[in-house]
Design a protein around this ligand. Sequence first.
Ligand SMILES: Cc1cc2nc3c(=O)[nH]c(=O)nc-3n(C[C@H](O)[C@H](O)[C@H](O)COP(=O)(O)O)c2cc1C
Length: 163
Amino acid sequence: MGKVQGNMKSCLQPVPKVLVSCRGIDGKNNALAVAYCCNCSFDPPMVMVGIVPSRHSYKMVKETGVFVVNLVTEEQKEMFDYLGSHSGKDEDKFVKLNIKVEEGIKVNAPLLADCPVNIECKVVDSIVTGSHEMFVGKIEYVHADKSLVDEEGNIKYSDVALL
Ligand SMILES: Cc1cc2nc3c(=O)[nH]c(=O)nc-3n(C[C@H](O)[C@H](O)[C@H](O)COP(=O)(O)O)c2cc1C
């Protein structure tokens, strides 16, 4: 098998694409598309999201110490692309897209109500790795569509077409 040098910046694919929602200290909601997202502890359950400091959402997460990871279906691609290409600095993306919001149970941040799974997180640590700051979020609560969970609360990922 002949090998050539691969692109270092995109060598780990596919990665889950999620929407991270947050709220500013002024009460304004925002969300951005995030590809830098992964599990980082089983016990206690934790996930990590990477946010570039120039993002409008970065300041919000830094100041409030909370965020929500929302899993996105293929049908929500249009919303995902918009949130990933427009900044809350310039407009209220929630108003623009008429995004339905629910309140977090454990954190003061918006859940994207139409996403099948919403993971409420509290920041317990962060590491500046390079271009991104990786926020380590302790999972405080997981909301999942009834139709997607088994008797033990496990999400049946084979039943949902995630982006
Ligand atoms: C597929 C995709 C993946 C992205 N992944 C990330 C990411 O992991 N971290 C990040 O900071 N920005 C990422 N972005 C860019 C932000 O979502 C984008 O800059 C967004 O407009 C920032 O919004 P904000 O300024 O309102 O926070 C991604 C965009 C797309 C389309």
